[in-house]
Write a protein that binds this ligand. Sequence first.
Ligand code: UDX
Length: 462
Amino acid sequence: MNDPLRLTVLGAGYLGSTHAACMASLGFDVLGVDTDAEKVDQLNAGHLPIYEPGLTALLRSGLDSRRLAFTTSYPHAAAFGDVHFICAGTPPQPGSHHADLSQVNRCVAGLAPLLDRPCLVVGKSTVPVGTARRLAAELAEAGDGVELAWNPEFLREGSAVADALAPDRIVAGVMSPWAEGILRQVYARPIADGTPFFVTELETAELAKVAANAFLATKISFINAMAEVCEAVGGNVRALAQILGADSRIGSSYLRPGIGFGGGCLPKDIRAFIARAAELETDQALGFLREVDAINLRRRTRIADLACELADGNLADVPVCVLGAAFKPGSDDVRDSPALDVAQILHGMGARVTVYDPAALANARRACPELGYAATLAEAARHAYLVLLLTEWAEFAQLRPDDLDTLVAQRNIIDGRGVLDPAPWRAAGWNYRALGMALTPPPSTPLAARRSAKGGGQGASR
Ligand code: UDX
């Protein structure tokens, strides 16, 4: 083994490009590998195919220092690396919720026959539990001294660099003390900085990732379920979230109510977890995750229904301004974006939707060409009958009524992320609405009367 260790990173997507650049910044020589020659050329020229704050600078300094390079060549990677990180994507299989492991499998199948000296192959991709044990058996046949470990990544888009360099924890699923020692060398810096380092068997390491995502999704859906109850009784879910979050046993993070979770991880990972549990005949244990998913999707139709209500039950030809397309602020990712999904539902109900997002316009346009787009917030809001705030970018969360007063045709705003202070908007004559906040008449009205008052209209069905 070289000292310091030489690392390869197989798969130069979101996870791989972040991991490669961060490991180079820690002083390792790193070779990133991807089968997409165009992406490799782009990365070698210092261009990231994704939007991630701080990552371009790390990529460029890695390239400049010659500690970082990218290649399409597996033979080069096999000859170069002491530790090979598998960072391939695991999207859902077409027409199913099961994870598609073909990219991970191809990485291992491509590398294994080329390994002719002791090395550690480390899985970082999010996989169904049991995958690592199967891959370990394949690698054991590749040669003496070739071993597998599993080391899941917990990075969040928008803060991926900080999450990679200073993680909350490092999980090392290993089969030997030797593999543990290698991973301790790789992560010497964060370990020295106090990051907890958990050593487990392979299965627990795989589960650590999906269980964390399932828990986060459950927390978000829990508060959104409370929002549904608040809507029925005239409560205020924002205040409720603050009260719950003040309990140190519960904590306030991932307890922000709104239109729910999206992105390339949480939704697909909980669905793949449910699918894997069924294969393992433990589906009863994860039945609640189906409800977590259902609550999450219900928020999207609920907000569309609210928009329809504000348009007197008919959105046909109503100009609607949608603020936000990314699944969360700080990202240009529109995969399973609640904001874009709501925009599509409104479009399907006949509204004339114009979307503005500070970073995700190009991706949104590609994903949903049928929607209208504007290059600025003001352009999107001009002549709108209704404004919906659906991704909580700072420039939206800081909006004041007089930023929009003279642009819009009607002063209707729905705050889908619960980030605006209702008081100044209402004082300025706006009809301000938010999920989980006094959508119904006051609690003194009998529930049955309120139910019948809510009926009628167009309704967003799926
Ligand atoms: C997530 C996990 O956090 C990360 O550990 C894992 O590695 C990948 O998946 P990410 O997809 O980047 O990361 O998004 P995250 O910041 O967790 O947010 C997920 C979604 O939940 C977003 O749509 C966000 O808007 C939503 N969310 C988050 C809420 O609706 N309420 C909250 O309180 C928190």
